[in-house]
Write a protein that binds this ligand. Structure first.
Ligand code: FE
Length: 234
């Protein structure tokens, strides 16, 4: 049996934030597994890793929301939902524009072109993941733009695949199209974030022109939160 990873990456997907609420707590995560199943009545599927907190909330509440993301969404925003767990960090904080569908399903409004709200009527156990099939309750546009695709995320934003995603491949190839710079860039092994010394990390108080080697040991990846030891020179 021969499986080429390159073939797997030719399958196209969109990228979305799926949200759910349980016992007053809301969580969301980045998925590439939204798919319309049929149209009369309209139903949609999402597939989530059983380890994800959002999986737990969907299973308990029987409802989920989906935000269709603008391709101009910042990488750091995707990192919050794609590489951090709601068990460790509060993903839905004051920076999040939390919307509600008419049925009360929570929706992340930031960088969302539109939303879907669904009620689960069938689940399929797929070993490490669960496929949730939901009846569409409501769907409305929120802003205009181009929907983010997985290909755009990987090719333009240089994003990697979260470990819990069904499309995660443990031997990901390092993107090779970055250009050499006078000061070395470093890439996060976990999420693919690139530290560019020419830009620094102003959000974390690191000025432009700061070499990676001069970053304090307390500095962490602004996308996924791992330490400097998880970075590789490019
Ligand atoms: Fe990272």
């Amino acid at each position: 049996m021969s499986i080429s990873v390159d073939v797997l990456f030719q399958v196209t997907y969109g990228l979305y934030i799926v949200t759910a609420e349980s016992e007053g707590k809301i969580n969301g995560c980045l998925i590439n597994t939204l798919c319309q199943v049929n149209s009369e009545p309209p139903t949609f599927q999402v597939i989530l890793n059983k380890l994800n907190l959002t999986h737990e909330y969907i299973a308990k509440s029987g409802r989920f929301g989906v935000s269709i993301l603008d391709q101009n969404v910042p990488f750091e925003f995707l990192g919050r939902f794609g590489f951090r767990s709601g068990r460790q960090t509060e993903k839905i904080d004051h920076t999040i524009t939390l919307l509600r569908s008419p049925e009360g399903v929570p929706i992340v409004g930031n960088y969302a072109l539109s939303y879907l709200s669904c009620e689960v009527f069938k689940t399929v156990d797929v070993d490490t993941h669960t496929l949730f099939i939901g009846k569409l309750l409501s769907a409305e546009p929120l802003s205009s733009g181009i929907p983010l695709t997985y290909t755009y995320y990987r090719e333009v934003k240089k994003g990697k695949t979260a470990r819990n995603a069904p499309t995660y491949v443990s031997l990901e190839k390092t993107p090779s199209t970055f250009q050499e710079a006078s000061m070395a860039k470093y890439m996060c092994n976990v999420c693919g974030y690139v530290y560019d010394p020419a830009l620094g990390d102003p959000d974390s108080g690191v000025a432009a022109g700061t070499p990676f080697e001069s970053l304090p040991d307390t500095w962490v990846c602004p996308v996924c939160g791992v330490g400097k030891d998880q970075f590789s020179k490019m």
